[in-house]
Unconditional design. Structure first.
Lengths: 114, 112
């Protein structure tokens, strides 16, 4: 069974631009969560989607948004990029949306903002 | 102040030795606590997950313990191997919201 895939793996953008990251969960998984990981802040929860609905949201500005499609694939969008948005963005999928949900992470998208 | 504190920040041990990583949290109430292993350049991989009512959970050479009264968890690695070199992250989830709080991780290096 294929794992969680994220595209692109690497991305370079400039300040003010916007970016869209994609995540394809493991087949059959309906929950997709997004995380930001930086050396200074560590892993931080962005949001979680389950059956196309955002269930939980972390403490990030509105520039960070996401959505989930009927096939459970998810996209994350960051608008008006700032230097501080440079990070590894991780996506994780799971079967259910409850808090005991076993999550499987993808390899991440490394975003660099210049 | 982070609600999940891990110690030590980094640790170097010799191959074959045991080690214990600590996680103290203030998230309350909480629904479950997880330990992840993250190799450099890769996404985290789940090692163990425990609910508030569980005291210990093992996964091969990895054993996690939880004391909900003192709000402490530990991850014990037995007979370390070079492949254990990674960051180990403690994550605590709140009930209902499922909000997850992450520790900063412990960077473990196993040397031959």
């Amino acid at each position: 069974k294929a794992g969680v895939t994220q595209t692109p793996r690497y991305l370079i953008k400039t300040r003010g631009q916007q970016v869209t990251l994609s995540c394809s969960p493991i087949s059959g998984h309906r929950s997709v969560s997004w995380y930001q990981q930086t050396p200074g802040q560590g892993l931080q929860f962005l949001f979680e989607y389950f059956s196309e609905t955002q269930r939980n949201k972390g403490n990030f500005p509105g520039r960070f948004s996401g959505r989930q499609f009927s096939n459970s694939r998810s996209e994350m969008n960051v608008s008006t990029l700032e230097l501080g948005d440079s990070a590894l963005y991780l996506c994780a999928s799971g079967f259910s949306g409850d808090s005991y949900n076993e999550q499987f992470f993808g390899p991440g998208t490394r975003l660099t903002v210049l | 102040k982070n609600q999940v504190e891990q110690s030590p920040q980094s640790l170097i041990i010799l191959e074959g030795k045991n080690c214990t990583l600590q996680c103290n949290y203030t998230v309350s109430p909480f629904s479950n606590l997880r330990w992840y292993k993250q190799d450099t350049g890769r996404g985290p991989v789940s090692l163990t997950i425990m609910t508030f009512s569980e005291n210990t959970k093992s996964n091969g050479r990895y054993t996690a313990t939880l004391d909900a009264d003192t709000k402490q968890s530990s991850l014990h690695i037995t007979a370390s191997q070079l492949s254990d070199s990674a960051s180990y992250i403690c994550v605590v989830s709140a009930p209902r919201t499922g909000d997850m709080r992450f520790g900063a991780g412990t960077r473990l290096t196993v040397k031959p």
